[in-house]
Design a protein around this ligand. Structure first.
Ligand code: 2AM
Ligand code: CA
Ligand code: CA
Ligand code: CA
Length: 263
């Protein structure tokens, strides 16, 4: 039997320690490399932070499995047992260029079910967390359940690049939605964008391609306050696979899906 209360205390301690290390690193020189293309960045801090968590988890929970963006975790083929899904720095481009608007994201799944989710906005010192069935919190203050909002009063987050010619979506599909909503925003960190949905600061978020570590924690957080988390076709997400992401307030999510995305 897993002692979830103890897991929760450990994750919080580790996240705070990692956050401090990252903040302290701002005065040091960064080692920046590129991954799939010249805008896909990774730094020594992404790698060091992932290694930090993996060492802590492996020495404390020998039978738990770990999936991490930077590849120091395990090769997973299923979600049996307890699995930690970790993005050590979500929003690396922001980390490199802005030294803000990035987060540590950790989702913990038990037999495919999200149990604990953490998104830590390192610079603003805001810890969003959720415990399945017990609600979502921002710095330990409970977040209220989300309410529906009309499309024309909503603020949606999406990257402006999806409004240009790209291989994943026809910008003509998104244009009527972007025209109708009150405003659009782009923060450059899927985890922060999902935390903002949970906190009611954003009403919906669309991304064409994300990985499990981008949404593993955010899904648990948003569902705890009654938000809806699917891919762009309205299907459930598989926390083992890359996919598109569409999250939103209850009611609003279904209307955008039916009236704009499913055309
Ligand atoms: P990352 O910073 O951890 O890589 C940027 O809009 C968001 O998309 C971030 O959450 C970023 O996570 C994520 N993302 C996923 N795949 C990406 C890629 N190939 N290149 C850049 N950002 C990516
Ligand atoms: Ca990355
Ligand atoms: Ca990420
Ligand atoms: Ca990352």
């Amino acid at each position: 039997m897993t002692n979830w209360k103890e897991v929760d205390q450990n994750v919080r301690d580790w996240i705070m320690e990692a956050g401090k290390t990252i903040r302290d690193s701002f005065q040091d020189e960064l080692n920046i490399k590129t991954k799939s293309n010249r805008n896909d960045l990774v730094t020594n801090m992404d790698e060091g932070t992932e290694r930090f968590f993996i060492e802590k988890i492996r020495s404390t929970y020998k039978d738990h499995k770990i999936m991490g963006e930077e590849g120091f975790g395990d090769e997973l083929s299923d979600l049996s047992g307890v699995t930690w899904i970790i993005d050590p720095i979500d929003g690396t481009m922001n980390f490199v260029h802005q030294q803000r608007n990035f987060a540590i994201s950790i989702g913990i799944y038990d037999e495919s079910q999200g149990v604990l989710g953490y998104i830590y906005d390192v610079v603003h010192d805001e810890l969003y967390h959720a415990e399945k069935g017990r609600g979502a919190y921002m710095n330990d203050v409970k977040l209220p359940a989300l309410n529906d909002v009309p499309v024309e009063d909503s603020i949606i987050a999406l990257n402006a690049q999806w409004m240009t010619t790209n291989k994943r979506i026809d910008p003509e599909v998104l244009a009527p939605l972007v025209q109708k909503v009150r405003g659009t925003r782009s923060y450059g960190s899927a985890a922060i964008e999902m935390a903002y949905i949970a906190a009611g600061r954003l009403d919906a978020y669309i991304s064409m391609r994300l990985a499990p570590w981008d949404f593993a924690a955010g899904k648990i957080l948003i569902e705890e306050v009654g938000g809806v988390v699917t891919d762009l076709e309205g299907n459930d997400l598989n926390p083992l696979n890359k996919s598109s992401l569409f999250v939103g307030k209850p009611g609003l999510h279904g209307r955008i899906l039916n009236d704009y995305l499913k055309n």
